[in-house]
Write a protein that binds this ligand. Structure first.
Ligand SMILES: Cc1ncc(COP(=O)(O)O)c(C=O)c1O
Length: 501
């Protein structure tokens, strides 16, 4: 049997061993494909000459099949447009006969009709995914006021960036176009190591740096490399939902550990799960409460990890934007036992759609991380990695961070003032020292999910604090992003939010 792909057509299978002549096989194939909806009305089909060449048959049987299809109204020809599937095939003729559905049409029909218990069983998803599925997120509308994790996109130096991307894409080297290194583009790994050493007191060699598709992949790889199914991990309560997802997908057993004004309560973690294999934390700027982990807690955590052989996954997601007080060095820099996996991202400083981040791993884990990355999706776009390297090396990165820090300071001040003026005591701001968002508590008994839903109806994103808890919290709140929300949107947004509460 001969199987060839005719350009944009699904593969056509001709069987020269069959008694049925080739023209008939072709005619039947087209007819079936049209009736099954695989070929749509108006879709162009190849000329008889090119289809015959692709199929390796003479032109005569192809022409005969086309003539028959024309005669029966399945094909029509337009001057200049060649041969097309007829536009006037009635819709009900296109419905596939029962039992002959293609996978695609069958899927559509299942989705639109009520499902039988049997079809539900067929559509079962894994327990890990089922555990993670959440109700519709009313706050995740991308470009509205207070959307968390959104930088000031309108201030991104797009001219400089497109110049750097063009520089590499106009005449790309063979290295940029070929398969890349799973650990990342070497010059970028060097630039990241240098930057983190200088700014975050991270101690590492470029060989310990892996470029990832955002920090989410850093979390996912950490979970996969370090944990086997059902191994315990402390997570912050409240904490970053994306980390919960990555750890759950790896089959880890999550142990929520409360966060207070000093950060993660290490003593409580030891009480709840002394033998946990890892801990996920955001020590520089706790997500979402905004506290900084105290020096005492840091030392306690490192001592526990060293004693018990546990890993520490440090998510340093927005440390560039420390807006008040002294800069806080990374936990990784204090680690003397190679226990910390440091995870970072360019999503906040550059833009989220770039999908570039990094992990810094202990030297002896670099190969294991590289293997896991290779198995996942091999490597990140080398073109963007090269442009990112130049962006850092030529000083644009440092300049942009300085500029954004000033802007976010102003936006934060405007938001805090607007809340004070219009919303106190209904909203109580906590943790507004750093980053691109703040958290504000609601009065006891008020549902943050209901407020978030109402806010979404008014075109505002207000992420409910309860979505960051594994167990129901005592008090709800709202997480409000100000990075991507300008002064006018802040005033307007707070006015609307006041109406929701
Ligand atoms: C605490 C924290 N970690 C990680 C991330 C993931 O960022 P990305 O995957 O875009 O790098 C985010 C994004 O909002 C975050 O808030």
């Amino acid at each position: 049997m001969k199987r060839v792909s005719a350009g944009f057509l699904p593969p056509i299978a001709l069987d020269s061993g069959r008694k049925v002549p080739i023209y008939r096989q072709l005619y039947e194939w087209f007819r079936r494909a049209i009736l099954a909806g695989q070929l749509r009305p108006g879709q162009r089909v190849p000329s008889t000459r090119s289809l015959a060449a692709e199929l390796g048959v003479s032109r005569i049987p192809v022409s005969s099949a086309y003539e028959q299809l024309h005669a029966e109204g399945y094909f029509e020809t337009f001057v200049g447009a060649g041969t097309c599937v007829a536009r006037s095939i009635p819709d009900d003729a296109l419905k596939p006969a029962a039992g002959k559905m293609t996978g695609k049409t069958a899927g559509k029909i299942l989705r639109s009709s009520r499902q039988s218990p049997d079809s539900k069983a067929m559509r079962k998803v894994s327990r890990r995914v089922a555990l993670m599925q959440m109700p519709a997120q009313t706050w995740s509308n991308q470009l509205v006021a207070f959307r968390v994790s959104l930088p000031a996109l309108e201030h991104f130096p797009t001219r400089v960036w497109s110049h750097l991307v063009n520089r590499h894409s106009r005449r790309p080297t063979r290295q940029l176009m070929a398969y890349g290194d799973a650990k990342g583009y070497r010059p970028l790994r060097e630039a990241i190591a240098e930057y983190l050493g200088a700014v975050r007191a991270v101690r590492c060699e470029p060989s310990q740096v892996l470029v990832t598709t955002g920090s989410q992949q850093g979390l996912q790889l950490s979970a996969q490399v370090l944990l086997d199914a059902n191994e315990g991990v402390w997570i912050e309560e409240p904490g970053y939902p994306g980390a919960r997802q990555a750890l759950t997908m790896a089959g880890a057993k999550l142990v929520p550990v409360p966060v207070d004004h000093e950060g993660l309560n290490v003593a409580e973690g030891i009480r709840r799960a002394p033998g946990a294999h890892a801990v996920y934390i955001t020590p520089s700027h706790q997500y979402p409460l905004g506290v900084t982990m105290s020096a005492t807690r840091r030392m306690l955590l490192l001592q526990w990890a060293m004693r018990s052989g546990a890993w520490i996954i440090e998510d340093d997601y927005d440390s560039e934007y420390r807006l008040g007080g002294r800069p806080i060095a990374s936990l990784q820099g204090l680690d003397t036992d190679a226990r910390v996996i440091y995870v970072g991202t360019f999503s906040k400083v550059m833009f989220p759609a770039l999908r570039l981040g990094y992990v810094v791993v202990p030297g002896d884990l670099a190969e294991a991380f590289s293997t896991a990355r290779d198995a996942a999706d091999q490597f990140s776009s080398t073109l963007y990695q090269a442009a990112m390297t130049d962006f850092i090396r030529e000083g644009h990165f440092a300049r942009h961070i300085r500029k954004m820090r000033m802007l976010y300071l102003q936006r934060r001040a405007a938001l805090v003032e607007a809340i004070h003026k219009r919303m106190e005591p209904k909203l109580e701001v906590i943790g507004a020292e750093a980053g691109m968002h703040l958290t504000a508590l609601l009065p006891p008994g008020v549902s943050d999910v209901a407020i978030s839903r109402r806010a979404a109806e008014m075109g505002i994103s207000a992420m409910p604090l309860s979505s960051c808890y594994a167990n129901p919290p005592r008090r709800g709140g709202l997480i409000l992003g100000y990075g991507g929300t300008d002064a006018r949107q802040i005033q307007d947004g707070i006015r609307k939010l006041a109406m929701c509460i």
